[in-house]
Design a protein around this ligand. Structure first.
Ligand code: ATP
Ligand code: MG
Length: 575
């Protein structure tokens, strides 16, 4: 490709409405253009990257034996009514009707459509297992579309759905998909981790997320520093760092704490350790009552853990402040476990604290030197908090470290959630009809591009792993349009690269070298070769890798060998 003929539009200024670096760089490098909230066009340069992501995904999915198909975006409501999701799905599902007043939606995912295809076409256990996939545009009317294509409303997903006669067969395909995802992310050249995940609202039991590691990631993931344990913080079980509770001799006292409502106000004013302050959160019970959840001041409640407790509403609902005032006779900032009079769960770490501080269940009063078993009941100790740095790893090996990641892939064992509702059945060996068991496997293809940038950028712009780069090599001839020698050599090299199937860009624009170089650094081309009149006279070319500190002058006669080394796969045909 010649730069003069390519739609290459870069911006110097950082767009003000782009909050994270990948979004800023995608706009500055001209990869995407915004059409409206959460909806973007992929410009020619961006599309080249997207296609590379898709190609790797497609090759590895095909290698795994999965079959590609393409399902429609527009889906009839009937299918969604059959699965029960027409009512369950919230406003993320974009609904509309056609000219005949038939309800439709834009597919946020395709379990219903694939189950429908399956039940029409597949009748016998002998045809199983099967795994169908597509690379297709999804629409989810996200409440807060943000960060460009990272969380957009319209995006491209690779989604795969497998069908099985039994759990054992599902497990096999699940493991194969796990391996396939690992191959895909290895080939992208990105730093990633797979983690045990909560399967959220889709249902089913086992699921793993694949995260690209980046400081700006939305998800917190917990890793052991000594084993390969890795889980989403939402899922990681917390073990107290303290093994026992200290003895206490201090006497419980009530103190006045006017206007001290938050833990931080309390810690600041009383000049105490936040780990000695317990906070009490009030949630709804299953039946209209209230339940208290007590945690250490420095810990965060994990709603997914809490909603699994007996008697607690699921999904978790925090109690309204008027209801709390009415039933407990105190405002939110003055609550505590002593004589609270409602069922109370205490996080295991909070249960290990002695001489603690908590609300007195009377406005503007707190209790100090409180002790479990003496001043209030022995706690019902449960795990309801998020893990933190330094917690023991749940597998017993090492300590947890929390890192941030961007979820780019997700594999689930769906079980029979959809196949049951939609009657995706087959006949087994005895001619008996059995409901199939399903797995589903997604990769956020468009999000991968943003995540790759989030992980690989510096002050000059993006640096692509070679596998994803829009161009692998740029030839920058100085004075291409003025110097016949430079033009001749540049054209010759360009043609040689094209023949060798190297993704090459010839920057033939009449630009000053500095401007040309900074453009190429911004868009992140991994390799740059500069040809100049002076260099040619000395029989030299200049090379710089995108991440190299300095460039090097190399002998022209070694150029072919040099290219072969840089692009061993592409270069078989280089003479
Ligand atoms: P999230 O928790 O980020 O909303 P999800 O659990 O809703 O993701 P899945 O339904 O598992 O996502 O979809 C599979 C993949 O599609 C995700 O791993 C993610 O990479 C991608 N994805 C989901 N929602 C979006 C979005 N709004 N914009 C871009 N990519 C998305
Ligand atoms: Mg989502």
């Amino acid at each position: 490709m010649k730069a003069s003929r390519f739609h290459l539009i870069t911006l110097k200024e950082t767009p003000v409405d782009a909050e994270i670096v990948s979004h800023q760089l995608m706009l500055r490098a001209g990869l995407i253009r915004r059409l409206s909230s959460g909806i973007y066009s992929w410009m020619p340069l961006g599309l080249r990257i997207l296609r590379k992501v898709e190609t790797i995904v497609r090759e590895e999915m095909n290698r795994s034996g999965a079959m590609e198909l393409l399902m429609p975006s527009v889906q009839p409501a009937e299918l969604w009514q059959e699965s029960g999701r027409w009512d369950q799905f919230g406003p993320e599902l974009l609904r509309f009707h056609d000219r005949h007043q038939r309800d439709c939606c834009l597919g946020p995912t395709h379990e219903e459509v694939i189950a429908d295809i399956f039940r029409r076409d597949i009748k016998s256990y002998k045809q199983l297992p099967v795994n169908f996939y597509q690379i297709q545009t999804k629409f989810r009317d996200e409440i807060r579309p943000r960060f460009g294509v990272m969380r957009s409303r319209e995006f491209i997903m690779k989604d795969a759905y497998s069908f099985h006669v039994d759990q054992q067969s599902l497990q096999q395909t699940y493991e194969l998909m796990y391996q396939t995802y690992s191959n895909i992310f290895d080939r992208f050249g990105l730093a990633y981790r797979s983690v045990n995940a909560d399967s959220g609202s889709i249902g089913g039991n086992t699921s793993h997320e694949f995260h690209v590691l980046a400081d700006s990631g939305e998800d917190a993931i917990a890793f052991s520093d000594q084993s390969d344990y890795a889980a989403n913080v939402e899922m990681a079980s917390a073990t107290p760092q303290e093994t026992r509770r200290e003895e206490s001799l201090a006497i419980m006292e009530t103190i006045d704490t006017p206007n001290l409502r938050t833990i931080h106000e309390l810690v600041g004013t009383l000049d105490t350790d936040i780990r000695k302050c317990l906070k009490t959160l009030i949630v709804e019970s299953e039946e209209d009552g209230l339940v208290a959840l007590v945690l250490r001041g420095d810990h965060e409640l994990n709603p997914l853990k809490a909603e699994k407790l007996a008697g607690v509403s699921c999904p978790l609902r925090f109690a309204d402040k008027d209801k709390i005032k009415l039933q407990l006779d105190s405002d939110i900032g003055s609550l505590g476990p002593v004589n609270i009079g409602i069922p109370t769960y205490v996080d295991s770490s909070a249960a290990k604290v002695s001489d603690f501080i908590c609300g007195a269940n009377t406005n503007d009063k707190h209790l100090i030197n409180v002790n479990w078993g003496r001043d209030c009941d022995e706690p019902v100790a449960v795990d309801i908090r998020n893990v933190v740095n330094g917690d023991p790893s749940p597998d017993g090996n090492g300590k947890l470290k929390i890192l941030r990641g961007i979820e780019v892939g997700h594999i689930f064992q769906l079980g029979q959630r959809y196949s049951e509702a939609m009657q995706a059945t087959v006949l087994d060996e005895n001619g008996k009809s059995v409901v199939t068991t399903m797995g589903c496997y997604g990769i956020g293809v468009t999000r991968v591009v943003a995540a790759a940038i989030e992980q690989n950028n510096d002050d000059s712009g993006i640096y692509w792993p070679t596998a994803l780069a829009p161009f692998q090599l740029v030839i920058c001839p100085l004075n291409y349009n003025k110097s016949p020698q430079v033009k001749e050599k540049a054209d010759q090299l360009y043609n040689q690269c094209l023949q060798a199937s190297i993704d090459v860009l010839l920057d033939d624009r009449p630009l000053r070298p500095g401007v040309m170089f900074s453009d190429m650094e911004l868009i992140g081309v991994p390799h740059r070769i500069v040809l100049s009149e002076r260099g040619l006279k000395a029989e030299q070319f200049e090379y710089k890798g995108r991440r190299d500190e300095t460039s090097q002058d190399l002998a022209l006669q070694d150029l072919s060998e040099f290219l072969k080394k840089l692009f061993p796969e592409a270069c078989e045909t280089i003479a």
